[in-house]
Design a protein around this ligand. Structure first.
Ligand code: ADP
Ligand code: SF4
Length: 686
């Protein structure tokens, strides 16, 4: 039963001509599906509605081909051919009594026109955002007239598709409407530039016209960046952000407000706390009687009640918390707070969009698999297959044991160390990564509720132990170990000279070891977070630190989860010396030789201790030993032994959780390695 403290979250909210059943609002978010994987997209959005989100919005939906953002997979409402995609989504959302929202967008100079081969419009002639040799055209009055008509036409299509809420979007520094608002992007001298009144003109016109076109049955929402975190150069909550809201206060039916760009709005937990936008958006409600939505990675219903009661927002906007747990509202409603799978703020979900592939999530392995695999985040078929032994309790082992337990299988989870959690135990102690502990804690919490799962910490398993255990199926989830020889993406053989220098392995540092002396050189060819956080650890220990990488920037892969610029800034602020564009060619006493990846020219870098962050080796010895004893299996009652997670192939935590979940879903089934293990969405030919 619901705790009455949370009743306020379940109050209906009137939004113009429509009413949301509660205050849980899935704000628009990209998902790497869009027009290309419409069945997947619709099923994913429908799952949010089933889980109780009173409003479920689309990703950004392009209104016109001239500002398409291929290769990214967003929504399209260029013409009527796009309607079926949206009808499918709306139907899936309406099936559970939720409202469906459509975020219309004209990306302006945040488009390069790769696919349509047309030129995007912008307030002024300007380079486009993606580093392409492409310029956008400064819109003349006829262009502006066309743009207004395109928006109205798309709004009408959205209404025909059945949407309840239609957006006018001026956020994330990605849309022409925000570009017009901004002094930085808009230096026009006509009636659309100059004074704030003039810069707001296009936004106001499109808002009014959208209301006239669809406002009889659809709510018209705005999504606006009220602060760009650029100080005087940008829109600020005390300055023009405030004035924009004041000027348009009662015009939209709903204010969806945030900070821009996207990397500020969706900052990772490493750089921003839950609720970090409150100081910026808090003023909006004082200027309008219309409902206000904001985001802040809220996963706690107490925090949600606080922001509503304190007058910061009327509806709790969420992208990531709704991805990590599509059933968050239902769980609050049913008084099952312990069951909420809290977002860890890692932004692996964002990497789906950034790699133009369907969304994935560290905490929720079913995200993106609702249609193509038919996976439901809360429901999993019961099985009467024989007992399981899971060896290793990292993300893969914990999730395998949990999901198998949910299926009703008898499960034993054996872990060598005293604490369950595997790599999470050490990594959640690294600077900024505490929320990662939720991957472990949620699963352990669920396991404790399952009477059919036995937990065996401090139990190192040998091949004899595995054979003697009596399980029918064994999953070996024994993790991986960082290499200390430098082999990885940049080096196919061990780096010469390592015997002449002190080398500290990543696992040593994770276990608490620190370099005896500096300078320490962290050599990164892994390109994710590890080298950067270890640099923070070394600086905190008072050691002079160099981060050396063949990549042009530090932690290059984090460009895909929106962290890269922040990581580079933090390391510079901490005084870490960044040596980019250099590979480590040789180690020697007291110094390293590094070679420029372009010219081959070498330089010497003083080094007392080297920490190579290059790649990992799977811990698969146990699996090999058990495999070698296959002749004994039938006597032992053993049918299959399967390597999962990092022990199969080292990867990100999301991949290990997914591997554990997949193992449980496929448990006891013969899997045809020749068959594609999911449904595909084919493009109609002809
Ligand atoms: P993954 O990310 O694939 O889940 P982790 O490295 O996080 O892998 O976890 C692997 C876990 O397996 C570690 O906690 C480790 O202590 C445990 N482990 C490794 N070998 C054995 C073994 N022989 N018996 C029991 N547990 C083991
Ligand atoms: Fe949250 Fe990470 Fe899942 Fe994204 S991938 S929803 S940030 S847990």
């Amino acid at each position: 039963m619901r705790d009455p403290r949370y009743d306020i979250l379940f109050e209906p909210v009137r939004i113009g001509p429509v009413t949301a059943p509660n205050r849980f609002y899935q704000v628009p978010h990209c998902c790497g599906m869009g027009y290309r994987y419409p069945q997947s997209m619709a099923a994913m959005r429908g799952m949010k509605a089933e889980g109780g989100w009173g409003v479920v919005c689309s990703e950004e939906v392009e209104i016109h081909h001239s500002a398409e953002i291929a290769p990214y997979l967003e929504g399209r409402l260029w013409d009527d051919h796009d309607l079926p995609v949206h009808e499918k989504m709306v139907e899936a959302v309406h099936a559970h009594g939720s409202l469906a929202g459509c975020e219309l967008v004209y990306n302006g100079h945040h488009s390069s026109g790769h696919y349509a081969r047309t030129v995007p419009l912008a307030p002024m002639n300007t380079m486009t955002d993606f580093g392409d040799p492409v310029q956008a055209r400064g819109a003349d009055l006829e262009d502006i007239h066309n743009l207004r008509r395109w928006h109205v036409n798309a709004a009408r299509r959205a209404k025909r598709a059945g949407y309840d809420i239609v957006y006018v979007y001026a956020g994330h520094d990605m849309t022409i409407l925000q570009h017009f608002l901004s002094r930085r992007h808009n230096q026009r001298t006509d009636e659309y530039g100059g004074s704030l009144e003039n810069r707001v003109r296009l936004f106001r016109e499109i808002l009014q016209e959208t209301k006239e076109a669809v406002g009889d049955t659809c709510a018209v929402a705005v999504r606006v960046a009220v602060d760009e975190l650029l100080g005087e150069e940008g829109i600020t909550a005390e300055g023009e952000g405030h004035d924009i809201v004041a000027m348009l206060a009662e015009l939209p039916d709903l204010w969806d407000v945030n900070v821009s760009g996207w990397d500020n709005d969706s900052a990772t937990a490493r750089f921003a706390e839950e609720g970090h936008q409150e100081p910026y958006i808090g003023f909006v409600k004082s200027l309008t009687s219309k409902p206000v939505v904001g985001v802040g990675r809220y996963t706690s219903p107490d925090a949600m009640v606080r922001v509503v009661k304190s007058g910061i927002m009327d509806m709790i906007g969420a992208a990531r918390p709704s991805i990590a747990d599509p059933f968050l509202p239902k769980k609050v409603e049913e008084g099952r707070l312990d069951d909420i799978r809290e977002c860890i703020g890692c932004n692996i979900c964002v990497t789906g969009d950034e790699t133009c592939t369907p969304i994935r999530c560290t905490q929720n392995p079913t995200m993106g698999e609702e249609w193509r695999k038919g996976w439901h985040p809360e429901v999993i078929a019961r099985s009467d297959a024989g007992p399981a032994l899971i060896v290793g309790s990292g993300p893969a082992g914990l999730e395998a044991a949990r999901a198998l337990g949910q299926r009703g299988i008898d499960v034993a989870l054996a872990e060598a160390s005293e604490q369950l959690g595997g790599r999470i135990n050490a990594e959640a102690k690294l600077p900024g990564l505490a929320t990662w502990g939720r991957v472990r804690d949620w699963r352990i919490g669920q396991l404790h509720k399952l009477a059919n799962v036995g937990l065996y910490p401090a139990s190192t398993m040998t091949a004899d132990d595995v054979l003697a255990f009596g399980a029918e199926h064994v999953a070996v989830a024994t993790g991986s170990t960082w290499r200390t020889d430098g082999v990885g993406r940049h080096h196919h053989h061990p780096i010469p000279g390592l015997a002449d220098i002190a080398v500290l392995g990543v696992n040593d540092v994770l276990a608490g070891a620190r370099p005896a002396s500096g300078p320490v050189v962290i050599y990164d060819t892994d390109a994710y977070y590890m080298a950067g956080v270890l640099a923070e650890v070394c600086v905190a220990a008072g050691i002079e630190t160099v981060l050396l990488t063949p990549d042009p920037v530090v932690s290059k892969w984090t460009e895909k989860n929106l962290e890269q610029a922040r990581i580079q800034t933090r390391l510079l602020d901490l005084g870490v010396t960044l040596a980019t564009g250099y590979g480590l060619s040789r180690a020697g006493p007291g110094a390293l030789e590094a070679a420029c990846v372009y010219s081959g020219r070498t330089r010497e870098i003083a080094c007392a201790t080297l920490i190579p962050v290059t790649s990992r080796l799977p811990n698969d010895v146990l699996w090999h030993e058990v495999k070698a004893r296959q002749a004994d299996w039938s006597d032992a009652g053993l049918a299959t032994v399967t390597l999962i997670g990092d022990a199969y192939a080292p990867g990100i935590i999301a991949a290990a959780v997914y591997a554990g979940h997949r193992y449980a879903r496929e448990y006891g089934e013969a899997i045809d390695p020749d068959a594609t293990p999911f449904k595909r969405e084919f493009i109609e030919v002809g």
